[in-house]
Design a protein around this ligand. Structure first.
Ligand SMILES: Nc1ncnc2c1ncn2[C@@H]1O[C@H](COP(=O)(O)OP(=O)(O)OP(=O)(O)O)[C@@H](O)[C@H]1O
Length: 330
């Protein structure tokens, strides 16, 4: 991993134009990803994780649209580019692996033919070159090259996901965006696929942005972790630090809701209540209605991100001035 910033997302805002009030699914999100880094994004269902990934990859379609901010990738803002300008970047420099290979792969086309389509669409026309690269990426993900002649339904779930990853690596991109690529797999296949992604990353040096619901997956595999709640980043920092000393009550709640594989047995506690309606988020802190540590200011003051020993956390508990006022009033 280097210190070169590969992806620089600033103030990114995405809205779904449905009903009377637009739904702001991603609200002014900042995200930097360095070359070769693995960044995990977690949060409850509906918090905007997939929308953020689609916005970064410029794959949103109506009613969703980017209404503010920028996506800097290798120094260029993707948001202002048209499809023709994006074409040379897609697959070659940035590729996407979706949640379900069964939906992303064409069911009536052999795997090899799908690889070939991607390579031809992006400028590789030599049949020999396409064959060689297709066999190489299948080897990289541990699938015998005979399966280039298979249809998706002839492969197991794990093999389908692996072939999606192989397809994403056809051009050795700098960034691979993954939206829960292991969620349809059993835990054994899940772990083996994750180990393989990490090995490939070490070998080929690409960065990964990885969305999941699974805290134990990110605890093992990500360098840095972003926790999202109601369209916003609520905590972002070094994964170990976030796990050891969560700086946001929502992160603590997520951690308490997941079993630890090796630690002592403890009772799991869920987070009471449910996430807010993003068309009408609560005033003040969005997590406040569910927060065990909420105090009066949380009802009205929308918290910014505070720096807490190198981790960013969107919680008024870290506002020294506000806390001094609260202490002096009691
Ligand atoms: N087609 C749509 N029309 C209107 N609003 C939508 C649409 N799709 C998503 N949303 C809104 O965007 C929010 C974020 O959705 P998104 O799928 O990005 O969340 P997520 O965190 O990826 O959830 P999951 O983990 O279940 O995939 C949802 O809460 C919903 O309010």
């Amino acid at each position: 991993m280097s210190n070169d910033v590969l992806l620089e997302v600033r103030d990114l805002t995405v809205e779904y134009a449905t009903g009377h009030t637009p739904v702001r699914a991603v609200d002014k999100v900042d995200l930097d990803v360095r070359a070769g880094e693995f960044v995990g994004i977690v949060g409850e269902s509906g918090c905007g994780k997939s929308t953020l990934l689609f916005a970064i990859a410029q794959l949103l379609s109506p009613p969703a649209g980017i209404t503010g901010g920028s996506v800097g990738f290798r120094g260029e803002n993707l948001v202002v580019m048209n499809d023709r300008q994006l074409a040379p970047i897609r697959w070659r420099n940035m590729s996407v692996v979706m949640q379900s290979a069964m939906n992303a792969l064409n069911p009536v086309k052999r795997i090899g033919a799908q690889f070939s389509d991607v390579m031809r669409a992006h400028g590789n026309t030599s049949a020999a070159e396409i064959k060689e690269r297709s066999e190489t990426v299948m080897r990289l993900v541990g699938i015998d090259k005979v399966h280039l002649s298979s249809y998706p339904h002839q492969l197991s779930g794990g093999m389908r996901q692996r072939s999606m990853i192989a397809m994403a690596l056809l051009f050795t991109p700098d960034l691979v965006i993954m939206d829960e690529p292991t969620s349809a797999l059993d835990v054994v296949a899940q772990r083996s696929l994750m180990l393989q992604i990490k090995d490939l990353q070490a070998e080929l040096g690409f960065a990964v942005v990885f969305v999941t619901h699974d805290m134990s997956l990110v605890s093992h595999f990500s360098d840095r972790l972003m926790v999202m709640y109601a369209g916003q980043t609520v905590e972002f920092g070094d994964t170990r630090q976030v796990f050891d000393q969560p700086a946001h009550p929502y992160t603590s709640g997520l951690l308490d809701a997941f079993p630890s594989i090796r630690g002592p047995r403890v009772e799991l506690v869920g987070i009471p209540g449910s996430p807010p309606n993003l068309a009408h988020p609560p005033a003040g802190c969005r997590f406040q209605p569910r927060c065990p540590k909420a105090f009066e200011a949380c009802l009205t003051v929308p918290p910014p991100l505070y720096d807490v020993e190198g981790v960013q956390a969107r919680c008024l508990l870290h506002d020294d001035e506000l806390n001094a006022t609260v202490r002096s009033a009691t």
